[in-house]
Write a protein that binds this ligand. Structure first.
Ligand SMILES: [Zn+2]
Length: 180
């Protein structure tokens, strides 16, 4: 398996908090909310100490810039599920610190661009969402997962959770436009 990284990441601060190489090909996207309107630098600083024991593959900052903290080839420590994080690219998106953990328009747009790029490079033909945790791992029906399915967290927050259908539809529209 050959892995690449997103050319959209303009900031790289590799975290020591990962498990080394994935044991599964990338076939899933997991979007998280940062719970803070942070820059990519501030998010990178959170993931830098080993004691934090947390990371994500990418982060989208409050200004729409994209940071990379764990290369795509490696399994991040993000979703409270080793199985999920072995197959998912994990993305933290700057959000408000309180319910519904809203994301601003520029960060949302950058997130769509990043997910589209991840899908293109990893040959994911469509982004699929049914909001059904019983479909975890059935990627031909649903290839997005959410942190709240694996722990008691609210992540990704209502703002992003309620837009998962919209995100899936828009990314799929872009992927299918590639083939027209
Ligand atoms: Zn999360």
């Amino acid at each position: 398996m050959t892995y690449t990284n997103s050319p959209l990441a303009s900031y790289v601060a590799l975290s020591p908090n990962h498990s080394g190489e994935r044991n599964h090909k990338i076939d899933t996207i997991t979007i998280h909310c940062v719970v803070g309107q942070l820059t990519v630098e501030a998010l990178g600083n959170i993931f830098l100490p080993e004691a934090r024991k947390a990371s994500s593959n990418y982060g989208v900052g409050v200004d729409g810039r994209i940071g990379m903290y764990v290369e795509e080839k490696n399994r991040s420590w993000c979703s409270s599920s080793p199985e999920n994080d072995h197959r998912a690219v994990t993305i933290e998106v700057a959000s408000d610190a309180t319910h519904p953990y809203a994301v601003n328009d520029v960060a949302f747009a950058a997130m769509l661009d990043l997910i589209t790029d991840i899908c293109r490079r990893n040959h994911i033909k469509a982004l699929l969402w049914e909001g059904d945790p019983t479909l975890i791992g059935q990627v031909e029906r649903q290839n997005m997962t959410v942190h709240r399915w694996f722990s008691t967290k609210e992540c990704p927050g209502e703002y992003l959770y309620n837009r998962h259908g919209e995100i899936a539809a828009e990314v799929t529209r872009r992927l299918q436009a590639d083939n027209i």
